[in-house]
Design a protein. Structure first.
Length: 280
């Protein structure tokens, strides 16, 4: 039997990433949690575990040292208290996006709950599935340009027992089908100029189609979705975006020019503009 705390410390020492120790420790915890179903408390207590094939662990450590995200190595990521399956066809769910789920749920519970929600660019389905589970009286729909992403999202909906209707759609070229009380999107919003400051584990492994706005126009998706959502939202319907922190005022201007009202910017825990909502 192997002492899990000793194994944890050994693996932390073998990771060569230029990250803070706390980040490396978190990566190793996610690894051991996935492989041996250990809690952090059990690792600290040195719970004995049976390590039968250390070569598999060694291979995972090698992948980590090549900057591959731990979530792609384990095939799962935590989001809003649930475990979602992920793969290189989808973005890894971010904690900032949890704030978007929370804000929508708070708004929905203080107003008449939306009967229909559309998630544009669903990726892993983390937004759509979470909203479907948190707002069980709402019918949730989700679209994405990528068939591989949709397959991943559908698996997550099945695994987590969420009722979501999925459809393939290129929002830049196609119109939204149907009408909705609420439309939400976390679209590609990173400009090409930002590549130089991006972390290697994101730039080299996560899908560029979900990261970067085409033609280096970081506002393209916001402009397009705002225009098309206006035609698909029911009276007094709301539009929600996760946004590039550098373009809060510009996106607010787009919404205002498109005829939206009640425009509200939300900041994340670091006091950066991160979400925006508006009504039609």
């Amino acid at each position: 039997m192997t002492n899990s705390k000793e194994l944890f410390n050994e693996l932390v020492g073998r990771i060569t990433l230029p990250e803070e120790v706390s980040e490396i420790q978190h990566i190793v915890f996610l690894l051991l949690s996935h492989v041996y179903q250990l809690t952090y408390t059990e690792i600290l207590a040195g719970k004995p575990i049976q390590v039968q094939d250390k070569s598999a662990l060694n291979a995972m450590i090698d992948r980590i040292n090549q900057h591959e995200p731990i979530q792609y190595i384990t095939g799962e990521a935590s989001f809003y208290g649930r475990i979602f399956q992920v793969n290189p066809a989808v973005l890894i769910p971010r904690p900032e996006t949890e704030l978007l789920v929370e804000a929508i749920c708070v708004a929905a519970r203080s107003n008449p709950e939306p009967k229909t929600i559309l998630d544009i660019g669903t990726g892993s389905g983390c937004l759509a599935v979470s909203l479907a589970l948190e707002l069980p009286n709402t019918q949730v729909y989700a679209v994405d340009i990528s068939q591989q992403a949709l397959e991943c999202a559908q698996k997550n909906a099945r695994t987590l027992h969420a009722s979501v209707t999925f459809q393939q759609l290129d929002i830049l070229k196609e119109e939204i089908s149907g009408t909705f009380d609420l439309i939400v999107s976390n679209p590609p919003y990173i400009s090409q100029q930002e590549k130089s400051v991006m972390r290697k584990n994101v730039l080299d492994f996560e899908p560029h189609v979900a990261l970067f706005a085409p033609g280096d126009d970081a506002l393209l998706f916001y402009q397009t979705i705002a225009e098309k959502a206006k035609r698909a939202l029911k009276p007094n319907g709301s539009l929600w975006f996760e946004i590039n922190e550098h373009f809060g005022s510009e996106i607010a201007d787009i919404l205002k020019a498109s005829g939206y009202n009640s425009i509200r910017l939300f900041q994340d825990l670091d006091k950066k503009d991160r979400m925006i909502s508006a009504r039609i």
